[in-house]
Write a protein that binds this ligand. Structure first.
Ligand code: BTN
Length: 324
């Protein structure tokens, strides 16, 4: 979608976000376009999954009000250069190549081709969750980046703790979990070697208020941050507040990681490690290995206790599952 069209759809959505009726004429004047064109924009918003009611002589309204991400507030309240898109293929993809910049954050209300680890899809319905990617240029040698997704997980877990949520756990190497259900995931990709360091793209998806109908393609147990607020009788926070909390923690955690590596995070990881002392299986392309989770080492490798001793497992193309 062109930037201009994305912008027009964002303007329409900002008007409709209050859940009140807005006349086609009024919206058309606001955008300086025809009413027929507004009708087309409404069709497109509906195709993106929005429930829009259209009533003669009253206009258009959303079935339920929305709170959209506000790029000015994000830029004011974080130290990153933040861009908010209405739709994109994948925020990680958006930061690749020429578009890469250190400390640039791309976030979107909707991803048409959200990516998970190991080629999986990341379900990304409109204005329900958080999807963001951060460009991070670093002088760390690539061999030390094994602990990066763990550090990002710790930063997000800590941000949620600061919003009073208790009980967030992490599953090596990239899952943010609550009571055995996935609440978020991390996808780290390298954009290239630049003069002056490696270009790393840190992508994070966090389920906030996803409708179960939108989540039918998800093959594992999942939950929303809003479900946790409810279960713990906490007041809900907006997606904007949650994103600011996550980015603030991420900035601090990345600084420490770059200065001291992963070793300093070992204790914190151990406290949040869902697999510690649990029966697990490592799924590899050729064979599965069963064992007991024994934490991680100073490089971020998973430690699997097997009958033959402790075996380090490196992220790459493996999956970790808990066993009954
Ligand atoms: C996983 O758990 O498999 C990783 C999920 C990562 C999803 C995020 S959403 C923002 C960014 N853009 C993407 O396409 N993927 C990541």
């Amino acid at each position: 979608m062109s930037e201009h069209k994305d912008n027009q759809l964002q303007q329409v959505l900002s008007l409709l976000a209050d859940g009140e009726f807005h006349s086609g004429q009024g919206i058309a004047e606001h955008l300086s376009v025809s009413r027929a064109y507004i009708w087309k924009l409404m069709q497109q918003l509906q195709e993106l999954g929005l429930d829009i009611e259209s009533v003669t002589r009253k206009g258009y309204r959303l079935a339920k009000p929305l709170s959209l991400l506000d790029h000015e507030a994000l830029n004011r309240d974080t130290n990153f250069d933040c861009q908010v898109l209405l739709t994109t293929d994948s925020t990680n993809q958006q930061l690749k190549g020429q578009n890469f910049a250190h400390h640039k954050v791309v976030t979107a209300e909707y991803q048409s081709a959200g990516r998970g680890r190991r080629g999986r899809q990341w379900v990304s319905p409109l204005a329900s969750n958080l999807y963001w990617s951060l460009g991070w240029q670093t002088h760390m040698p690539v061999q030390q980046l094994g602990g990066l997704s763990l550090v990002v997980g710790l930063a997000v877990a800590n941000a949620l703790t600061k919003l009073d949520i208790q009980g967030i756990e992490l599953k090596w190497p990239n899952d943010i979990r609550y009571h055995g259900k996935k609440v978020g995931g991390i996808l780290i990709e390298l954009s290239g070697d630049a003069v002056g360091g490696l270009q790393v793209i840190i992508g994070v998806g966090l389920n906030i208020d996803m409708h179960p109908q939108a989540a039918q393609a998800i093959e594992q147990q999942w939950c929303n941050v809003n479900d946790i607020f409810e279960q713990q009788a906490l007041p809900k926070k907006s997606r904007q507040q949650i994103l600011i909390a996550c980015l603030t923690e991420l900035e601090n955690y990345l600084q420490t990681f770059e200065a001291y590596g992963f070793a300093g995070f070992l204790d914190e990881w151990q406290q949040k490690d869902e697999c510690m002392d649990k029966k697990v299986v490592i799924l590899q392309a050729d064979k599965d290995i069963k064992g007991i989770g024994a934490g991680v080492d100073a490089t971020g490798a998973f430690l699997l206790q097997t009958g033959k001793g402790i075996k380090p497992i490196y992220a790459g193309e493996v999956s970790l599952r808990l066993r009954e």
